[in-house]
Write a protein that binds this ligand. Structure first.
Ligand SMILES: Cc1cc2nc3c(=O)[nH]c(=O)nc-3n(C[C@H](O)[C@H](O)[C@H](O)COP(=O)(O)OP(=O)(O)OC[C@H]3O[C@@H](n4cnc5c(N)ncnc54)[C@H](O)[C@@H]3O)c2cc1C
Length: 554
């Protein structure tokens, strides 16, 4: 059995980054590239083969590939999440090296300019993040055709639905060539995959970081709290998660900084355990097993951590058409079609190089509400459903949504979505309904198409009202917002937890960089936007002046 290592009391780090997801990996890479001594702490185990991951089905036994590497196995997370999901979160979240970028479907979008311009303040508008966007997409360009032989496998669903939208006047685009064309357009799913494998931050940013001597990665290590005196962090207390490290890791005195990138739930939890958040939540931590060692209440920093929670409202519709052909991606775990497994292993080609369960087309529209707000909708189709010829199409409501929820913590130190963010605003609901009406209308002349959900005799409004606005029925796994970025300091009645440099208000060296800082939701699946936010944040953090204490102590 692997051992836990005690943290050395003499080692110090310029930057401690907590969490190796979409926010944490690029951050750790860029900080180490700038010459700083960087420690990246991840609570989960290694995931992809490149990092020593071992979880795989039998047919991958003699390869370096794991379930995380093969796009066609990505939905196995829903069949067998053991040892992969975060057990302290009441939603699906990956607690492995790579976080969400190790378990997700790899959809990878260059954001619409409104994603920044509507949600973020000056300093974070689309023009401000343009350089960061270019850096991210030069490292991870993405592909609309993941199979290495350049073919699309089982394209019948795409052809039927895409062709029908085209006939109804929607325009085909290569999505990342036209990020600003998101109204009555559709295209192929675009993935971060490369070389027929998962790719993304794990295969790029983490690879360059790991080649540097000034970079250290600890897996299986849980950050329990930031150790701080007033607003100044001196280190991070860590716990061993089976085979990692335990003790207090120290920051370089005066100049060291902590970057919290533990995800929308993990970062909020770590802030709570560090005495940063609303008093009601800090009192819950105080009454937990953390209580005796928690920072004293006169040091608490009262910020609205956990509020502003958001996720795309997911609304599934289902159609069937005789031309659609289902491929059994779940079955491919234990019994893949032998020639498909062989084609994948030998050439990274075939259906298993595509994300399960055959995603696409993806379509977009913008709906102007009676409140004057333009709301963005993404339609995400996949070939699965109640019939072998079904396609389920999820409608995500993104940019422009007004509804917000809240996450809180329990005495067992688990995070819960206590106020679901879905459809709390009447105009958000109006947009969802209108979007479904438009989509039904667009498909009304398609021969042999059957509507399974909503049925022909059910109005879109009745249909939307029939689905509970709960995470169980509406979750899109795109959680954001719990440590909102903004200029209105949350300590004095504002809504923001971090400032424009992503620094937590009331602290001088604690930062949050991940999905948590997004003020509002964006058009599509968020991982690329989170990597861009990380690239942008690192530039701002590196430009911050060195604290005064250092200037005088040398
Ligand atoms: C099943 C699923 C499918 C998805 N599909 C897509 C998709 O196709 N495209 C897309 O763009 N987005 C997708 N997403 C969403 C996307 O993956 C997330 O939005 C994104 O990964 C969030 O980035 P993050 O950096 O905020 O957090 P994460 O990527 O979740 O990373 C946080 C990391 O911090 C670690 N951590 C947490 N707490 C601690 C602690 N105390 N100490 C140490 N480490 C800690 C976690 O283990 C995790 O590795 C999907 C998500 C899920 C769950």
């Amino acid at each position: 059995r692997a051992q836990c290592a005690q943290v050395s009391s003499t080692d110090t780090y310029d930057y401690i980054v907590v969490g190796s997801g979409a926010g944490g990996i690029p951050m750790a890479d860029r900080l180490s590239e700038a010459g700083h001594k960087v420690l990246l702490i991840e609570k989960g185990p290694p995931s992809t083969g490149r990092w020593g991951g071992t979880m795989k089905p039998n047919w991958l036994t003699n390869t370096n590939l794991t379930r995380f590497d093969v796009p066609g196995l990505c939905n196995e997370i829903w069949a067998d999440p053991t040892g992969i999901v975060c057990t302290d979160v009441d939603q699906m979240a990956g607690c492995v090296l790579g976080g969400g970028t190790a378990v997700n479907s790899g959809l990878w979008w260059k954001p619409h300019p409104d994603d920044w311009d509507v949600n973020f303040p000056d300093g974070w508008r689309s023009k401000d993040v343009a350089a960061a966007t270019d850096r991210v997409f030069s490292r991870i360009p993405g592909t609309i055709c993941p199979s290495m032989d350049g073919k699309w496998y089982y394209p019948q669903g795409f052809d039927m639905l895409g062709g029908s939208l085209k006939a109804a006047g929607w325009n085909y685009i290569v999505p990342n060539d036209h990020p600003d064309m998101k109204n009555r357009t559709y295209g192929h799913s675009t993935f971060m995959f490369s070389g027929g494998e998962r790719g993304g931050p794990l295969a790029t940013y983490l690879a360059t970081a790991s080649s540097r001597k000034n970079f250290t990665l600890w897996t299986n290590t849980i950050a329990k709290r930031v150790v701080r005196q007033g607003g100044h962090a001196t280190g991070v207390e860590v716990e061993c998660n089976g085979a990692g490290h335990a003790g207090v890791v120290s920051l370089t005195p005066n100049t060291g900084r902590v970057i919290i990138s533990a995800g929308a739930f993990g970062s909020a939890k770590l802030l709570f355990r560090s005495g940063i958040g609303p008093t009601d939540q800090l009192n819950i931590v105080k009454n937990s097993t953390d209580g005796p060692t928690m920072i004293s209440s006169d040091q608490w920093i009262n910020l609205p951590v956990g509020y502003n929670l958001n996720d795309h409202v997911g609304t599934d519709i289902e159609i069937a058409h005789p031309s659609v052909v289902f491929y059994d991606y779940y079955g491919a775990w234990s019994k893949p079609i032998a020639s498909d497994a062989q084609q994948y292993i030998a050439n990274r080609s075939g259906p298993l190089a595509q994300a399960a369960p055959n995603l696409g087309p993806i379509a977009w529209q913008i709906i102007k509400g009676s409140d004057g707000i333009s709301r963005h909708i993404q339609w995400q189709a996949r070939v699965e459903g109640s019939k072998s010829t079904s396609m389920t199409i999820t409608q995500y409501l993104g940019t422009g949504t007004v509804s917000r929820g809240r996450m809180t913590i329990t005495r067992q130190l688990n995070t819960v979505v206590s106020t679901p963010p879905y459809l709390r605003d009447a105009h958000d609901k109006e947009a969802v309904i209108q979007g479904i009406d438009d989509f039904r209308n667009s498909l009304k002349d398609v021969a042999n198409l059957t509507w399974i959900n909503p049925r022909a005799d059910v109005t879109s409004e009745q249909f939307v009202n029939s689905i509970p606005a709960t995470p169980a029925r509406r979750c899109s796994n795109h959680w954001i917002g719990t440590a909102k970025l903004g200029t209105d300091d949350g300590r004095s009645g504002g809504t923001a937890v971090v400032d424009l440099d992503t620094k937590v208000y009331g602290t001088d060296n604690i930062f949050v960089v991940d999905a948590s800082i997004f003020p509002g939701h964006i058009t599509g699946n968020p991982s690329a936007a989170i990597v861009i936010a990380s690239e942008h944040a690192v530039t701002r953090i590196l430009a911050l002046p060195v604290p005064k204490a250092v200037a005088t102590s040398s």
